[in-house]
Design a protein. Structure first.
Length: 303
């Protein structure tokens, strides 16, 4: 896979991170290294970047893209829910900036065999980290019907969740669902035809729900953001780019909780969104929202 990463809300993110020469920065969702490259440019000379990603292919692409920065970059395959431990293991000083660019990247969506897309037929996988055991196939074929309905309703915000779970349960009793195409067909059968004729693809919400469940994205975000609030240097900043309401809600509430506890000061009362020009150049940026906060305590607590 070739990661041609087009960073979203790039200029806005860099403005809030306020990168400075010699600073320490952590990109918790490295992807193809688009944001990371610009952070490194703006922290020249002497700035260091710790890049984290669950996807080995993303790390390899980023390693190539960031090669000109050599010893100023450290890359780690891992989950940002383990941010505090990864930072400690790096032996780096407290960071001046931490970035979370959430969701699934365009290259992951565009590579059929990853199973993230409902547009092409592929094995039901959806793992961001292929070392992980849990796959979408296992969830679809083995989780109880009521649990399927719950995640489709909560993570996909799908009004037809109970009906979709019922149709999946009926179908898997005959034979396991193996591919994204088979799952899409079941979802289409479950959603009334009059509803399918309007709005987004009928499988979009269910696929989002399965991806979130496979990778425990929301749980990881809560833990990662809480850790970021603890390990930032005084005056350091955290930026979060989200792409759906569930992520944005967690980012908003977690940052507000940390602000109420006196650890952070909110820099964005409302989320920053892309302008029309960026949306035209990169339609996948349409749903992006950026929130930012700054560490205000004089003394850091142990993470």
């Amino acid at each position: 896979m070739r990661f041609q990463h087009q960073p979203v809300l790039l200029s806005e993110t860099l403005a809030y991170l306020a990168c400075r020469p010699g600073g320490i920065y952590i990109d918790c969702t490295l992807g193809g290294g688009g944001h990371a490259r610009e952070i490194l440019l703006r922290s020249t000379p002497g700035g260091l970047l710790l890049g984290i990603d669950r996807d080995a292919a993303a790390l390899e692409a980023a390693r190539e893209r960031l090669a000109p920065f050599k010893e100023r970059v450290r890359l780690v395959q891992g989950n940002f829910r383990e941010l505090a431990g990864i930072w400690r293991a790096s032996s780096l000083p407290a960071p001046q900036g931490i970035l979370f660019d959430l969701g699934v990247s365009s290259p992951q969506l565009d590579e059929p065999e990853r199973g993230f897309s409902y547009q092409v037929d592929a094995p039901l996988d959806m793992r961001m980290d292929k070392r992980q055991e849990l796959t979408a196939r296992q969830i679809v074929n083995t989780w109880p019907r009521h649990e399927l309905a719950r995640i489709i309703r909560e993570y996909g915000e799908e009004r037809w969740a109970l009906r979709i779970a019922g149709f999946i349960d009926e179908r898997r009793r005959r034979a396991p669902l193996e591919t994204t195409g088979e799952l899409v067909d079941v979802i289409k059968e479950a959603i009334p035809a009059a509803v399918r004729r309007h709005g987004p693809h009928p499988a979009r919400r269910t696929f989002q729900a399965l991806r979130i469940a496979v990778n425990d994205e929301l749980g990881a975000l809560k833990e990662g953001l809480a850790a970021a609030g603890h390990i930032l240097a005084p005056g350091g900043r955290v930026c979060v780019i989200s792409f759906h309401s569930l992520e944005d809600r967690i980012a908003k509430h977690t940052l507000r909780q940390l602000a109420a506890a006196g650890e952070l000061e909110l820099l964005t009362k409302k989320p920053v969104t892309p302008g029309e020009e960026e949306i035209q150049n990169n339609p996948r940026s349409r749903s992006a929202k950026l929130r930012a906060a700054e560490r205000v305590l004089d003394q850091r607590r142990d993470a």
